[in-house]
Design a protein around this ligand. Structure first.
Ligand SMILES: [Ca+2]
Ligand SMILES: [Ca+2]
Ligand SMILES: [Ca+2]
Ligand SMILES: [Ca+2]
Length: 464
């Protein structure tokens, strides 16, 4: 047996480092040293590093801010190789936002072994939002309403940077009744933190009640100098729905004088607002007998006072005879215009009425209709219009040739039927005969009446 020894470098029990380690060995006995031989010892690190994150943490936002400044550290990092580089998704001191942030860290050794850990940082908002209410307000009611619709602005902000929700009771834009109402407003941030403020809204009513007076009221009085007049009481309306009694400057159903009387009525609501209306009461004489008959159907025929024009003007009231229970006609008397005449030639005769012409014309103007009776009886005379004249003067001064016939007709009523006493004549009296003959009828043209004069000319014996 040869006795030899083996020598290696490094030798046994050597601590090899991670990586490729060359080992050279040779054998040697007492004479010869062998050629060396090599081999490689490769040390592989398959142990990952150890990394330990801090525990999860919950933070409050910094005052007035939406973030939280936080400093943290890994609890432990090491590797069997004594080397590990660490990388984290957040730096060790940073502003964490208002939410949950996951922080991830990894440790890497030189052999590409990796270890990771993570933890969570929750940032929460416990800071109340800010809210500023508007100043106390005083408003008037909306038109025609017992309330005021009010819109206001609140000023709100929050550390989170998000606009808080605002809830007001009563709600913004709602209707407020008359009086004082406290409005409470609450701002709520995303985290549910709240803050309150309040203000007052005072609604006052300045709207006056609206009164509706009757239109001009008219009353006719008969033979007194005053009359008890009544009118429909004005209606009052107020936006509040409550209004006091209507009071008028003259009591209803009281005595009024002739002419115009202004009546003022008022009503007050529950808030000292007073509304007014005014109307005119007009008391006048009846304008015609017809008016009296309509107003007082029971009145008998007789003398009544009428005024066809307004009170106080240049035509005063005057007394007339009224046919009340017959036609309602107003009768105007005049003197006997002719009487009996028995001579040849021309007669012109004024007709004298009991009233002045302006009174009569005014009466005719306001009457529904008007008529005047004309009559002439003749005996053995010639009234043929071709040779003679029978005419009357109308209101305007023009002479008229119609006799009991419409305006424009030339002749008497018999001419309308072509039935006069002699063919071709236009009046019975045109034909001389030894008999009494009559021409008569009503003049009905309001615009021409009354008859002011008569003008008769001819060979005549006549009787009017
Ligand atoms: Ca390792
Ligand atoms: Ca907040
Ligand atoms: Ca009112
Ligand atoms: Ca008058």
């Amino acid at each position: 047996m040869y006795d030899y020894e083996v020598f290696c470098s490094p030798g046994q029990d050597h601590f090899f480092v991670i990586g490729i380690n060359q080992v050279t060995c040779y054998a040697k006995d007492s004479f010869i040293k062998s050629d060396p031989c090599d081999f490689v010892v490769e040390i592989i690190d398959d142990q990952p590093p150890v990394i330990q994150c801090p525990p999860n943490i919950t933070l409050l936002t910094d005052p007035g801010n939406a973030t939280s400044l936080h400093e943290w550290a890994l609890l432990d990092v090491y590797d069997n190789s004594n080397y590990a580089s660490t990388t984290c998704s957040s730096s060790m001191i940073s502003y964490f936002p208002l939410r949950q942030t996951e922080v991830m860290c990894s440790a890497l050794d030189n052999s590409s072994n990796v270890a990771i850990c993570n933890f969570y940082i929750d940032v929460i908002d416990q800071e109340s939002p800010d809210i500023i209410c508007p100043d106390n307000q005083t408003l008037v009611t909306d038109v025609n309403l017992p309330v005021a619709t009010v819109v206001w602005n609140t000023s709100v902000s929050d550390n989170s940077g998000y606009l808080p929700t605002v809830v007001c009771i009563p709600s913004n834009g709602s209707s407020f009744p008359i009086g004082k109402t406290i409005v409470n407003c609450t701002a709520i941030d995303f985290a549910g933190n709240t803050n309150d403020c309040n203000f007052s809204i005072t609604v006052i009513d300045l709207e006056e009640p609206i009164l509706t007076c009757p239109n001009q009221s008219i009353a006719i009085y008969d033979n007194a100098i005053s009359i008890i007049a009544s009118w429909p009481l004005p209606q009052a309306w107020d936006n509040t729905g409550m209004v006091g009694d209507v009071l008028c400057s003259a009591a209803n159903s009281t005595v009024f004088s002739l002419g115009w009387t202004a009546i003022t009525c008022n009503a007050t609501d529950g808030y000292d607002n007073t509304g007014l209306c005014e109307f005119l009461m007009y008391i006048h004489n009846p304008m015609t007998c017809w008016d009296i008959m309509v107003a007082e159907p029971e009145f008998p025929n007789g003398i009544y006072r009428i005024d066809p024009t307004k009170p106080g003007d240049d035509i005063d009231a005057f007394d007339v005879f009224c046919l009340l229970n017959e036609t309602g006609a107003t009768v105007i008397y005049h003197d006997t215009p002719m009487g009996n005449y028995s001579r040849h030639g021309t007669v012109v005769k004024d007709i004298n009425y009991q009233f002045a012409m302006n009174q009569i014309v005014a009466l005719i103007d306001v009457s529904h209709k008007c008529r005047q009776f004309v009559n002439m009886d003749t005996y053995y005379t010639t009234m043929n219009h071709r040779y003679s004249v029978k005419q009357w003067m109308q209101r305007s001064g023009h002479w008229m040739r119609n006799w009991g016939t419409p305006t424009g007709v030339y002749g008497c009523t018999c001419s309308l039927k072509k039935a006069c006493s002699h063919p071709g004549y236009v009046c019975n009296g045109d034909h001389r005969q030894y008999i009494w003959q009559t021409d008569e009828g009503y003049l009905t043209d309001k615009l021409t009446l009354p008859v002011r004069k008569l003008h008769i000319q001819g060979k005549l014996y006549y009787h009017l």
